[in-house]
Every structure is written in C-alpha cells, then in structure tokens.
Write a protein that binds this ligand. Structure first.
Ligand code: PMP
Length: 444
C-alpha cells in the first residue's frame, strides 16, 4: 500500500473538510495508518504497531476470507431485505442459535446506535412506558435518543444533562465506584448496588410512570472496563421485570466471544440470566457496518401489533449477512474464543505480577480479551492517576503499541484488541509496560 497524499497534506485536508468534533487518537501527533493485517497496523513509513485498541476488527484486520466473501457477494447481488434471500435467514437462524431460546427474533441495522435506538423503541412499545434506568458513565450511542440516556455524553461538555425520564444508577465498580471492596464484602456490594436500581424503580413507580427498561453493557467498557459483580444482573433483571419493565443487554462492544468462555458477556452472570433484548454491532461485521437487535417473539409481536412497518434500507442486505456469517465461521475455525481465554488469562497473570512490582497499578481486572488496568496515585485512597495514564499511552505508542484509556477519570488502560492477538504479543506488551513503569519510577 502507498499513500495518495503526504501526511501533512492529509492533515491539512482533514482540518479543512472534516467536522472538528470528530477527534483523532493521539491529537498531538496523529497516526496515519495505511494498512493492517491481523493484530498489526502499519503507518506510512512501514512502522508496525501492535493494536490493542481495535475491538471492531475482531477476527483480525484485513482478513482474506471476509474480503473474499464480500467481493463474491458484491459481484452477485446486493439489495434490501424486501426480497427473499438465503443469507438473511441463515444468518438470523445462526445468531439465534447462539443465544438462549427466547431470544430468537432479529432486526438487522447498520450501527450500534441504530440497534440501541430500536431497542428503546421496542421496550417503550411493549411496556407502554418511557422511563429508562441506565448505569452511570454508560455510553450507548450517538443519536439523540441515546445521548439522552448516556451519562458519558449528557454529563460532559456539550451535554444538556439528564432528561427527567432517565434514571442513573451507580455503576457497580467495586474498585473505584460508590461502594468499594475495601469497605464492603462481596455480598454487601452486590446488595448495595442492586438496591440502588430498586430505589429508582420505586421512584419511577411512585411518580406514576414505571420503568420501561433497564439498559446496560454486560461489562461496562466506557466506564473503565468494569466487571459486574456476580449476581448483579440476576437481581437487577428480576427487580426490573417484577416492576413490569424489560431488560436490554448492550453487547455492542463485548459480544461475539470477546470474553472467551461465552458468546455473550451477560452469560458470565449465569445461565438463567437472560435479557429480553440484546443489541450487537462492532465486531459483528469485522469493520463492515452491520448491527442487530435480537428479542423475544412476545416483544417483536407487540411492536408489529402497532401496525407500523419497520424498514431499514441497508439492514440485513446480502453482502452484510455474508460478512456476518464469515465472521462467525472464522471465530469458530480459528478458535478465537479459546485464544481469548488463553491469551487473556496469560495477560491477567502477567499484569497481576506487574501490580506486585508497581504501586501505580491499583487494580487489574478482566475476562478474555477485555482487560482494564486501573492506575492510581495512591493505593489507599485509590486516587486516579490520570496524567500518568496519558503518559503511559504516549510511551506505549513510541514503542509501537496502541492503547487507549477510559473511565470517568481516564485512568484505566483498556485492552480490547483483535481476538487474534498472540501469547508472544502479550509477552511483548508485558515487558514493554514493565520497562515504562520502571522508567516512571526512576523519574520520580
Ligand atoms: N453501545 C456501546 C456499548 C458502544 O461502545 C457503542 C460505540 N462505541 C455504541 C453502542 C454505538 O455504536 P455505533 O458507534 O456503531 O453507533
């Protein structure tokens, strides 16, 4: 691959023609990536970066099988879902087989935002209510309906605050959240956090409204790689349903086997923990825009009973479904869930060793290829090490490893790479991080 423009010319055109609210990674010295393969990205000079950021390119960048099926289908047919097509029904059947039985009716859309927006509509139509419970720091998408329910947006610059029909429960972050594991037992923590949801349900009912839905990521990514405490979703889903609401699992980031042991992150909470609506996207098409809402027959029937037709121009087209099918094939053929378990566990062990050595690492948590490294200035107070996190990311980039930070204090290093990342890559990451942390220690 070669460049069409010099890097400075690309920057100039970007500044002139691309909306300034679309931000770059590494603003001070942005990367120009011109090709990628597997878990590596290459800049215009041929430097090879290890990619720990791109969770969308789930089965690896530029996978030849995906390119082949897309090319073949593009040469044959691409049209909308008002015509019968085998790709659509076969893919829907296959997705539904990956979910617990009541979740069997699919809507195909083109982005995680479209999926969550439709999920909210389904919940509202089914329950005839509007109130929503979300977790603090959550992000569910960029359209108006989702900015309204995303504290990650409405509580930040440019946001207009929380609408009155939205209720925000504290995220069950047992390390840095409202209730912490240095003050409470595991049993108390799950009780305290699920009681907070119950209080909001009661508040909404007392106002004569009632909850239409509870929506949460099954592992919260934007909030700083939060692992929900055991039993949390079981309790919350029960409270929500007892009040007449429905439960939406946002699996846009964490679905499709990223957690290794299961296809969906909500399954980590137990076999009996089943949402009423699941939304999925990002890894679904490995970068091709395809997303979905999968729900129960009952909820889909309520939606149909209004008489309003649902049509989505691109959703479920034969090319998108061919690609979606190929992604599932590759996850299975290349045993990527198994790889997520092996590499994820290896990294967790290595990172916990680094935690013994470096006091800046306050907490290491994760499952499969979804890991967070929570950096703190002081282990006793757990004060977030925000500036240090940014410095580490910059140093990792200089060492050709791409990482991002998130969480309300941007102090949690987020590991969410393509699922093909290897043990060698993991060891390289551990060694590099260790030496950067040594460097920081020596400088202080
Ligand atoms: N839900 C979650 C959890 C997400 O992380 C995102 C995207 N970051 C979305 C929904 C929205 O997806 P999209 O950008 O495809 O609209």
């Amino acid at each position: 691959e070669s460049e069409k423009l010099s890097k400075s010319e690309t920057i100039r055109l970007r500044e002139k023609f691309i909306a300034p609210s679309c931000k770059l990674f590494f603003k001070a010295d942005p990367l120009k990536i011109i090709s990628a393969k597997g878990q590596y990205m290459f800049n215009e000079k041929g430097d090879k970066y290890l990619d720990c950021i791109n969770n969308v390119t789930h089965v690896g960048h530029s996978h030849p099988k995906i390119a082949d099926v897309a090319f073949k289908q593009l040469k044959t047919l691409n049209t909308n879902s008002r015509f019968l097509h085998d790709n659509l029904v076969l893919y829907a059947e296959r997705l539904s087989n990956l979910l617990p039985p009541p979740l069997s009716v699919c809507f195909f859309v083109n982005s995680g935002s479209e999926a969550n927006d439709l999920a909210l509509r389904l919940a509202r139509t089914h329950t005839k209510r509007k109130d929503v419970i979300v977790l603090d720091h959550a992000y569910h998408g960029h359209v108006i309906s989702l900015i309204d329910i995303s504290p990650y947006k409405f509580d930040h610059p440019g946001g207009e605050g929380k609408p009155d029909w939205v209720h925000v429960a504290p995220v069950p972050d047992v390390y840095g959240g409202k209730y912490r594991d240095d003050k409470h037992s595991a049993e108390e923590l799950v009780q305290l956090y699920s009681d907070e949801v119950q209080k909001l349900i009661d508040l909404s009912a007392a106002n004569g409204k009632g909850i239409s839905c509870f929506i949460a990521e099954s592992l919260q990514s934007c909030g700083g790689q939060i692992i929900l405490p055991p039993d949390y979703l079981r309790r919350v889903y029960k409270s929500v349903r007892d009040s007449g609401g429905v439960c939406i699992a946002d699996e846009v980031q964490v679905g499709f086997g990223r957690v290794g042991t299961h296809w969906w992150a909500f399954q980590l909470q137990g076999e009996d923990v089943i949402p009423d609506i699941v939304t999925m996207g990002k890894p679904m098409g490995n970068g091709h825009p395809i997303a979905a809402v999968i729900t129960t027959k009952e909820i889909a029937d309520s939606f149909a009973a209004t008489g309003m037709e649902y049509f989505n121009t691109y959703g479920g087209n034969p090319v998108s479904c061919a690609i979606g099918n190929a992604v599932l094939d590759i996850i299975e053929e290349e045993k990527l869930r198994e790889n997520a378990i092996v590499v994820g566990n290896h990294l967790l062990i290595g990172l916990k060793e680094l935690k013994e050595k470096h006091s800046i690492i306050g907490d290491v948590r994760g499952v499969g290829m979804f890991i967070g490294i929570d950096l703190v200035k002081d282990r006793a107070t757990r004060e977030p090490a925000t500036v240090e996190a940014q410095h580490i990311i910059t140093r990792l980039k200089q060492e050709l490893i791409l990482f991002s930070a998130d969480g309300p204090n941007r102090n949690v290093l987020k590991f969410k790479p393509p699922m093909v990342l290897s043990l060698n890559d993991a060891d390289h990451l551990l060694r590099t991080l260790d030496s950067i942390l040594d460097e920081i220690k020596a400088a202080n």
